[in-house]
Design a protein around this ligand. Structure first.
Ligand code: 13P
Length: 254
């Protein structure tokens, strides 16, 4: 049995007061769970340092991640965040390719693959989001979309790309919709993703995980996590509600 990974993606939410109210009890709660389950929170990046300061490095029972990284290391790129800077402050996990960035910031598969490459070079762990729109689902294009989003990573990063990495399967229609994908569908696509990646390489992949994301709640967590190819969750809305989030962690570990 692998150690599940639960990631809370806060998106554009949170402030200093909320952070104190959230992390102190979360850290206490995790005393019981942190050995069985890896919990990662990706707050807005400017709060990472603050959260690190609240907890001395040896009592923090969770990891902090970034919601984005630039595809350049340094230079004239106003407003961007570099992988070196993330590494400098001790961040290990970085979300890339979230559908909200693909759509709102017009990030192409190629840009995302460049980001992936930069993260791998710096030995950071990419959390690559992939998944189909409602229309693509209706047109039965889910597998095709996932393959396209994976292929470009292999093309730019080589056959070891997905060792030490995470793929979050997030069907776009399920995000923030209160309408999670059905557990069986999630298993079917997660299994497909795992096999597809295996089919493209000639070595035994190491430390590769598949998350599901899209309206995960305490109500659907059990059914989803018990699917064979689901190794954890990427959670938006429910990760901002402490009770809901800790309940999901509890359920994941039963
Ligand atoms: P929700 O859990 O709010 O549907 O968001 C999922 C998501 O986009 C996580 O990255």
């Amino acid at each position: 049995m692998i150690k599940p990974i639960i990631i809370g993606n806060w998106k554009l939410n949170g402030n200093k007061v909320f952070i104190r109210k959230f992390f102190e009890p979360l850290n206490r709660f995790l005393s019981k769970y942190h050995k069985k389950c890896t919990v990662i929170i990706t707050p807005p990046v400017l709060y990472i340092y603050l959260i690190q300061k609240i907890f001395s490095s040896n009592n923090k029972k969770f990891f902090l991640g970034s919601q984005n990284v630039d595809n350049h290391i340094l230079g004239p790129f106003t407003g961007e965040i570099s992988s070196c800077m993330l590494k400098d402050i001790g961040v290990k996990y970085v979300i890339i390719g979230h559908s909200e960035r693909r759509f709102n910031h017009k990030e192409s598969n190629t840009i995302i693959a460049k980001k992936f490459h930069i993260l791998k070079e710096k030995k950071l762990i990419p959390i690559l989001c992939i998944g189909e729109t409602q229309e693509e689902k209706i047109n039965k294009k889910t597998k095709e979309i996932c393959m396209e989003q994976i292929d470009v990573i292999f093309n730019i990063c080589g056959s070891y790309a997905f060792d030490n990495s995470i793929i979050a399967y997030e069907p776009i229609w399920a995000i923030g919709s209160k309408n999670s994908a059905k557990a069986k569908e999630v298993q079917y696509i997660s299994h497909f993703i795992r096999n597809y990646i295996k089919s493209k390489i000639n070595h035994k992949i190491k430390n590769f995980f598949i998350q599901y994301g899209g309206s995960v709640t305490r109500k659907n967590a059990k059914k989803l996590i018990t699917q064979k190819d689901v190794d954890g969750f990427l959670i938006g809305g429910s990760s901002l509600k402490l009770k809901e989030f800790t309940k999901i962690i509890e359920i994941t570990n039963i």
